[in-house]
Write a protein that binds this ligand. Structure first.
Ligand code: DC
Length: 212
């Protein structure tokens, strides 16, 4: 089974992806990490994230076995990832790796922005996770506070709105809900009910297709 989860920044798709994978015994790929690793490599080389040649070279040389998730999850790397991910050749360089991950038995959960639309258009289940920008900013700010960081929630909201705009308006594989994706709006859902709702979507989809 392949489960595709897409959604904007701080929508909770990563947590849902990880939890669904554990629940169904599937492998999990947070595809945002791929773009973050490309961005980090470009920044480390002293280049700008909109330097297409540097970003494409970094994408072609990517080695997921060497990812340091804690470093890749930083705010600065996320911003740069949003920029490198708008470059079509960067996306093309990461396509085969993602499809190969999904195709390996017993299947996988992939989360990102274009999983249901481009990477796995034939996924068994597609979920589009979202929440209002204000709620996503509040959750992201709470995460930062747990890490002991000083936080201006208005600045976090401004960042989220900027990232939404960039990820949704780019020409190459923009973030959008696939026509056959199930919408999961977590604006009024805590994490446990959101997980329950996601499992219900998977179960209903499988039942509808006559699978066990
Ligand atoms: O989900 P994230 O915050 O880790 O993603 C970082 C950036 O990577 C995001 O702003 C857009 C890009 N991205 C993408 O374009 N396609 C994906 N499948 C995953 C992430």
């Amino acid at each position: 089974m392949i489960i595709a989860i897409d959604g904007p920044a701080a929508s909770g798709k990563g947590t849902l992806g990880k939890t669904l994978a554990a629940h169904y015994g599937l492998r999990h790929l947070d595809t945002g990490l791929l773009y973050r690793a490309v961005a980090k490599s470009v920044l480390d080389a002293g280049k700008r994230p909109d330097d297409e040649a540097a970003a494409v070279a970094a994408a072609q040389a990517l080695d997921p076995s060497r990812f340091n998730e804690a470093v890749l999850k930083s705010h600065a790397v996320g911003e740069a990832a949003s920029v490198v991910s708008a470059i079509p050749e960067v996306r093309a360089a990461l396509l085969a790796l993602q499809r190969a991950f999904a195709a390996k038995p017993p299947g996988a959960v992939l989360d990102g922005r274009d999983i249901g639309t481009v990477i796995c258009p034939d996924a068994d289940v597609k979920i589009y996770v979202t929440a209002t920008p204000e709620v996503r900013a509040r959750r992201r700010a709470a995460e930062y506070r747990v890490q002991g960081r000083e936080i201006d929630e208005a600045a976090v909201l401004a960042d989220i709105l900027k990232r939404d705009e960039r990820d949704m308006s780019r020409a190459a594989a923009p973030l959008k809900q696939a026509s056959d994706a199930h919408l999961l709006d977590t604006t009024h859902l805590a994490i446990d009910p959101a997980i329950r709702a996601a499992i219900d979507i998977v179960e209903a989809t499988r039942a509808g297709r006559g699978r066990d």
